[in-house]
Write a protein that binds this ligand. Structure first.
Ligand code: ZN
Length: 131
């Protein structure tokens, strides 16, 4: 398993991690296979979406905050139920194909770590499998 860390800057923050993942894939020298990305946190997830226009990530952040407000009358005593709920909505893992040693992503796609209870240092786990 490979791992790297990401420092987020705000309570809700989407950070493009495509280049770090691509770097690990290149180092693995796997030509054809898959990479599984897994986030080992309960208030931070991962998603694939448009990275060309930064307004897309901004709109995702804004709309998730509107859908699940921090002061939603939740019971969990840590006061971060909204972060847990947003993480379950986004999910904790992604699978991406590798061909010719490169990530198979659409032209506009990027991989985003989604922190919903930052700013913090978050871990990204990766399993790169040939086949
Ligand atoms: Zn909590």
């Amino acid at each position: 398993m490979k791992t790297f860390s990401v420092s987020t800057r705000e309570r809700v923050d989407l950070v493009d991690i495509t280049s770090q993942v691509a770097q690990e894939v290149a180092k693995s020298s796997v030509g054809s296979g898959t990479v599984t990305i897994y986030i080992p946190h309960t208030t931070c997830g991962v998603t694939i979406n448009e990275s060309a226009d930064p307004d897309v990530a901004r709109d995702i952040k804004m709309h998730l905050t509107k859908l699940v407000p921090q002061d939603g009358g939740f019971r969990h005593s840590e006061g971060n139920s909204d972060s847990h709920i947003k993480t379950s909505m986004i999910g904790s893992s992604e699978n991406i194909f590798i061909e010719n040693g490169k990530l198979v992503l659409g032209m506009w796609q990027g991989i985003f770590l989604c922190d919903f209870d930052g700013p913090r240092t978050r871990k990204v786990y990766m399993k790169i499998v040939e086949g």
